[in-house]
Design a protein around this ligand. Structure first.
Ligand code: FMN
Length: 159
């Protein structure tokens, strides 16, 4: 696996990323602030957390691949749009300066400085009862509990 230079403890939370799944004709993307990179079953993996209310959730459930892509701060306002507007309500990518880039099994954007192409390995609905009580109250009062997806990082595209 290619070496990547990423400040993993800060990048998701501070810079955000895009999670994208689907095909050329039918894909969706959304901003994510939570995620991880690591190792599972001897494979390099990326983990993301998606609430079932997100349109992206349907794509994550149905597709075998997803991408996690990272951007320079120049694209902050684009990530803000993709993190507040739902793809259910129209072509939100058209409201940004980003251009989709179609890969064999997935989609990213030309402006990404780093894209991790992931093959879905595992999914699990997170268990509210297993979380600290303050987290239950703060993050899940509406019952929209994240599903965790772990993907094997099968390709790394750096610009
Ligand atoms: C900075 C930021 C980080 C976010 N992180 C997540 C996340 O990790 N998981 C999640 O389910 N939603 C997250 N969201 C919310 C979704 O991006 C947002 O609800 C989006 O509009 C969903 O789009 P969709 O309905 O097209 O999937 C985040 C939003 C922002 C602005």
């Amino acid at each position: 696996m290619k070496r990547i230079d990423i400040d993993i403890l800060n990048t998701f939370q501070q810079d955000a990323a895009l999670l994208t799944a689907g095909t050329k004709d039918h894909f969706n993307t959304m901003t994510i602030g939570w995620g991880g990179l690591g190792t599972l079953w001897n494979k390099p993996v990326a983990t993301v957390y998606v609430r079932p209310s997100r349109y992206t959730y349907e794509f994550m459930e149905n597709e075998d691949y997803f991408t996690v892509s990272f951007y320079d701060r120049t694209y902050r306002s684009d990530l803000a749009v993709l993190g507040t507007v739902s793809g259910r309500d129209g072509d939100k990518v058209a409201q940004t300066s980003l251009t989709p880039e179609f890969l064999d099994n997935s989609v990213t954007f030309k402006q990404a400085r780093l894209t991790l192409v992931c093959r879905k390995l595992y999914r699990q609905d997170m268990d509210l009862a297993a979380m600290p009580e303050d987290v239950q109250r703060r993050a899940y009062a509406d019952g929209d509990v994240h599903t965790a997806y772990i993907g094997e990082v099968v390709d790394v595209i750096e610009k």
